[in-house]
Unconditional design. Structure first.
Length: 241
């Protein structure tokens, strides 16, 4: 499993919703399931989902995805009552939004048509939630998007959809992504609940002692350079560096 993560009390890769169905890879086939993330417990608790390469592998070589692929995905989201899904490696072109069946609207950010589209991020949001948003999701680049979600009076959450370059990418590409992520995090109001969803292509290991307050108690084994970049980002946010 790649480094899907939620920022709350450190990175906890196995935290799941306490009530309701727990998703597993076979149930979401042919979609690649990464993690079901619990948000915060307030007046209402939206169910948040992270999906990487959300369309069938047989479709990924195409320049665009058909309506049938999107409809299939939204049916799965509706089936499991997902409120907001963060999607990675969508490979759509440019930026845009599309309201589809099953009561969801897609918002995406990617590269222009003339450029290679090997990344791309998106949100799929239930239409009744879209109607309550103070502003539409903001596209930063083909690796980052954000949205601000009102919760209660004077309470909001900022949700980030991220896709980090894989290990095979150049150091320059990784540095550019994390520079963009740091800049985006700096704009988040301190009073907001911050939730970071996405595929960071990272393994952060289980060294909780060295990353106290940063890495949750139920991490997965394995560690790579992307994991170190991710942990350092979290540590800088916590003021532990």
């Amino acid at each position: 499993m790649n480094g899907s993560t939620q920022e709350r009390e450190g990175f906890d890769q196995k935290k799941t919703r306490k009530k309701g169905p727990i998703l597993s890879p076979p149930l979401l086939s042919p979609f690649l399931f990464l993690s079901l993330l619990l948000s915060f417990t307030l007046a209402s608790t939206p169910t948040l989902l992270t999906l990487s390469s959300p369309f069938p592998s047989s479709q990924r070589s195409k320049t665009s995805y058909g309506e049938g692929d999107i409809q299939s995905l939204t049916r799965e989201l509706a089936r499991y009552k997902v409120d907001i899904a963060a999607l990675s490696e969508t490979q759509f072109s440019e930026q845009g939004q599309l309201e589809v069946g099953a009561g969801y609207t897609f918002f995406w950010s990617s590269r222009p048509k003339v450029e290679r589209r090997d990344a791309g991020v998106a949100f799929a949001i239930r239409n009744d939630i879209v109607g309550r948003l103070p502003c539409l999701p903001q596209d930063i680049n083909d690796h980052l998007m954000s949205l601000r979600l009102p919760l209660q009076v004077d309470k909001s959450a900022t949700i980030i959809s991220a896709y980090a370059p894989p290990m095979t990418s150049s150091d320059a590409a990784k540095e550019k992504f994390y520079e963009g992520l740091h800049a985006l995090l700096a704009t988040v109001p301190k009073a907001d609940k911050l939730i970071v969803l996405g595929d960071f292509n990272a393994r952060v290991g289980t060294d909780h002692a060295s990353w106290r307050g940063v890495l949750g108690p139920r991490g997965l084994t394995g560690f790579n350079d992307n994991g170190l970049l991710l942990l350092r980002t979290r540590a800088s946010r916590c003021g532990k560096m």
